[in-house]
Design a binder for this molecule. Structure first.
Ligand SMILES: [Zn+2]
Length: 438
């Protein structure tokens, strides 16, 4: 994860000072990514949980309780809240006398002035069992609303399983086989519990691909809810702690070692051959980018390379992914780490670092696309739009490739595989642990 130079912004919350997120999480939130739901599958940028620069721990000691805090809105001058049976706003210090009480169905606008009536923040709780609505969208659990210099921050606090209900319908399709939904429920629960932070942080997770896409109750479906219920309390564990798990859309045929991403070996995050995602959308892909665009986006890396003549994936690792992209130009050559190349050009153009082939030519008619890289997705094939010098990239898979391949999980489930078999394939050496009921 790149450092966008955000400064930490302390927020007064009760008697404690909360620091909002981490620098990396805050930076990721400031760069909202496209996540257009297509049949329940997140398209656009599916680069789920892009690994950061810091190696993850081998396992995380379980914390008491099972509540997570999810950032769902930020930077708004005001928000509309309502609940079918009404709701109440309390001082975050914990006074039992509400600052505001809303009638059933009544919508109340909360702005910085209302939130300032609490000790730096307020809790919003629904009366009855109905959901709270934030700008019309229903959520389970309660809201914590805090004021920042640029507006309000709304955090949804709820039990982890209720959170996972709102993740499954955004990350994968509820029409997928039950075993794939169950495996994903276990992975999403594990990820959330391992992401919990102490009270110096205002939230544990963001609701975008920087963590897991979370849509509240609108993302729920009966099959997804059933998968969460069937796997309740179950997480992946390693050494008695909660495992650090990752997932991605499609591995392109081979998942990636954590060591290749973080330079640290994680025993249960080893690359494995995956025959189950063949034929998935973006299992093979082709994209085009003009060399002028490349020069602009890579300006700080290219130095005096000048007009680009050749791009070469090199230093190929055991999974087939390139570690380096060698760029040759009129003024010389340079090497760019493949991960950095991908982030600079954009993860929807360079869908993975499993790049098999890059051609550079003076016009689209001089390129020779290999039909083997026609995207098997039903989407129309991508065509070069620009004339003039451009690069054509052909590769496999979408995402960083570490951990569970979502489309592979679906493929194995369609062949009769169970949730345990799916997890056993992608997280060899980790085991499923049943957490005690709170
Ligand atoms: Zn795969």
């Amino acid at each position: 994860m790149e450092d966008h130079g955000n400064s930490l912004n302390p927020v007064i919350f009760g008697r404690r000072t909360l620091i909002r997120g981490t620098v990396a999480v805050a930076a990721a939130f400031l760069v909202p990514r496209k996540a257009l739901a297509t049949g329940g599958i997140v398209e656009g940028d599916t680069d789920v949980m892009e690994p950061g620069a810091t190696p993850p721990p081998l396992s995380v000691r379980p914390m008491p309780g099972d509540v997570v805090r999810v950032l769902i809105a930020r930077g708004k001058p005001s928000v509309q809240m309502s609940a079918v049976d009404g709701f109440a706003v309390f001082d975050a210090m914990g006074s039992s006398t509400p600052i505001i009480r809303a009638n059933p169905g009544q919508t109340i606008e909360l702005d910085v002035n209302v939130v300032a009536r609490g000790s730096g923040g307020v809790f919003v709780e629904a009366a009855g069992d109905g959901p709270l609505r934030l700008d019309g969208r229903p959520y389970r659990g309660r809201f914590i609303v805090m004021a920042e210099s640029n507006g309000l921050m709304v955090v949804n606090q709820l039990r982890v399983d209720l959170y996972v209900l709102g993740v499954l319908g955004r990350e994968i399709s509820p029409q997928w086989p039950a075993a794939a939904l169950q495996a994903h429920a276990i992975v999403s629960r594990t990820y959330a519990l391992a992401s919990r932070k102490d009270a110096t942080h205002a939230y544990d997770l963001v609701a975008t691909t920087a963590d897991q896409v979370y849509g509240g109750m609108t993302a729920e479906s009966p099959p997804g809810n059933d998968a969460v219920y069937q796997t309740r309390g179950r997480v992946l564990s390693y050494n008695g702690g909660i495992a650090s798990v990752y997932f991605h859309s499609c591995c392109g045929g081979h998942t990636e070692d954590a060591a290749a991403v973080w330079g640290r070996d994680i025993p249960y995050l080893q690359g494995v051959p995956d025959p189950y995602c063949a034929g998935a959308p973006h299992y093979r892909w082709r994209s085009y980018v003009t060399t002028a665009d490349l020069r602009q986006r890579l300006s700080t890396q290219l130095g005096g390379v000048g007009e680009i003549n050749r791009l070469q994936p090199s230093d190929i690792d055991a999974s087939g992914r390139a570690k380096i992209i060698t760029v040759e130009g009129e003024g010389g050559q340079c090497e760019i780490p493949a991960h950095q190349f991908r982030m600079r050009i954009g993860t929807s153009l360079v869908r993975s670092t499993l790049i098999h082939r890059i051609q550079v030519a003076n016009g689209p008619d001089r390129l020779q696309p290999d039909p083997a890289y026609d995207d098997p997705a039903p989407a129309p094939p991508t065509e070069p739009l620009a004339r003039g010098p451009l690069a054509m990239l052909e590769g496999a898979g979408w995402g960083h490739g570490v951990g569970m391949c979502q489309w592979g999980a679906r493929g194995l489930a369609l062949k009769g595989g169970t949730a345990e078999q799916i997890l056993g394939l992608y997280f060899r050496g980790a085991s499923v642990m049943q957490l005690g009921r709170a």
